[in-house]
Ligand binder design. Structure first.
Ligand code: SF4
Length: 433
């Protein structure tokens, strides 16, 4: 692991890998490189959808039904060792060992919060900026039955939303299907480890594609991973419990509607173009006048019964003095008047040197009331996992990356620190409010 700016990182109070963890991690990186070389001619079965798995077995001269057997072993029982796949003939198991393997991304850090929240940091490549994070958030109801996993789709992100710590890293690369579904596999596995194979059940009940990255800009691997989530022979999740969250890539929302039936969330965060251009810059390309009709098209399912597309979830991060005023609520009511939607207000979780502050509880409650009084279902997200930096908006890798955007951000932070030290603290990063 390469750390370019340890001082800066030390001040960034994010997940910190201990020295021992870093050494272990470096050894593991070497081992994984050697192992990658030996596996370069083999197929990682973790990332294959059912049709791809069937093709794989047919190409081996095997029957198609082997695909469903292996899918179940991998995704339902968390088995990666072909020798444990007892309903496969010994000869087939030996053959599989020579042409395939099953491997989730490497976990380099994990942290389980007192409130049940779990967080993993995965290495998905070599060098700096190759880490992604995944967070499991249990429901705050009494049953604790609902467990929602927030999955990353890219390393970093190109879209640079001004309130988002991931956006400050810049874009590194897209994740593969195996790396995306591997996050779900690891989360389930963390509850299975001590359970005999035959008694294992999957624990994650809901998935939101809402971690690092814009999922619609990594379309094929994301859709392929979501197909595995819905597949009865893999995770068998309800389509209403798999949600893709987008900042608003309009043409890809239409494409998604053609490909798969899952729930849609829009990271809206502002009720007018002027403010949204600043908070979510992709709005300059796909303004609200295009985004809202695209969301409406997505949920017009042409009479498909039992579709996941009954409404769109609108995510709205509450930034103090920026987008949380009564006139913003009024504009939001107007904007969403013809869109079946549920609004989720998200108290902002400031990351180190974030340019915004979190709206006060009273302001959030007043905003919620204004929307509820107008007839909207409006909830306020509970902040979870604060003791492990797992709350939304904190999905940032600890390793400094080398993109120009990250350098610019670090320069601003250092300037800000210099200004603070001189007793001349000015909020140079704050753009509104
Ligand atoms: S909020 Fe989402 S789309 Fe925007 S920069 Fe962050 S990860 Fe990317």
């Amino acid at each position: 692991m390469h750390i370019e700016s340890p001082d800066l990182l030390a001040q960034a109070e994010h997940i910190s890998l201990s020295l021992a963890e870093q050494e272990q991690s470096a050894v593991a990186a070497c081992a994984s490189e050697l192992s990658a070389q030996s596996k370069s001619h083999q197929t990682n079965l973790l990332g294959l959808s059912r049709p791809e798995m069937e093709q794989f077995f047919e190409a081996m001269g095997e029957k198609k039904f082997r695909a469903t057997q292996v899918l179940k072993w991998i995704h339902q029982f968390g088995v990666t060792d072909f020798d444990q796949m007892t309903n496969l003939a010994g000869k087939l198991r030996e053959k599989l060992k020579t042409v395939a393997y099953i491997q989730a991304p490497e976990v380099v850090h994990k942290n389980f919060s007192k409130d049940g929240t779990r967080k993993w940091v995965f290495r998905v490549g070599d060098g700096a900026g190759s880490l992604v994070e995944t967070v499991l958030i249990p429901a705050d109801d009494k049953t604790g039955a609902r467990k929602t996993l927030c999955i990353s789709s890219q390393v970093g992100c190109a879209l640079d939303c001004s309130f988002c710590s991931t956006g400050k890293q810049g874009f590194q690369r897209d994740l593969t299907t195996a790396e995306i579904i591997g996050q779900l596999w690891v989360a389930n596995q963390s509850y299975m480890e001590d359970v005999p194979v035959g008694e294992r059940t999957r624990t994650v009940t809901n998935v939101v594609m809402m971690g690092m990255g814009e999922p619609l800009l990594n379309f094929e691997p994301v859709v392929s991973a979501m197909r595995l989530m819905l597949d009865d022979f893999a995770y068998g999740m309800s389509k209403r419990r798999v949600t893709l969250s987008t900042s608003g890539i309009v043409p890809m929302i239409d494409k998604l509607a053609e490909e798969i039936d899952v729930a849609l969330a829009i990271s809206l965060h502002a009720p007018n173009d002027e403010l949204r251009n600043e908070l979510v810059p992709i709005n300059k390309k796909y303004p609200l006048a295009e985004l809202i009709p695209a969301a409406r098209r997505y949920i017009s399912t042409d009479g498909v019964i039992d579709s996941a597309r009954k409404h769109v979830t609108i995510e709205y991060v509450m930034l103090e003095g920026v987008n949380d005023q009564p006139e913003h609520a009024k504009q939001l009511i107007q904007l969403l008047r013809d869109l079946p939607s549920k609004i989720n207000l998200i108290p902002f979780n400031p990351f180190p040197h974030a340019p915004y502050g979190r709206s006060s509880r009273n302001r959030i409650m007043a905003f919620q009331k204004q929307l509820s009084d107008a007839g909207f279902v409006c909830t306020v997200r509970t902040t979870r996992g604060d003791d492990i930096d797992a709350a939304c908006g904190q999905l940032v890798g600890q390793v400094a990356d080398r993109t120009r955007r990250a350098e610019r951000w670090q320069k601003k932070v250092l300037q800000q620190q210099g200004a603070s030290k001189n007793g001349n603290h000015t909020e140079i990063l704050r753009t509104r409010g």
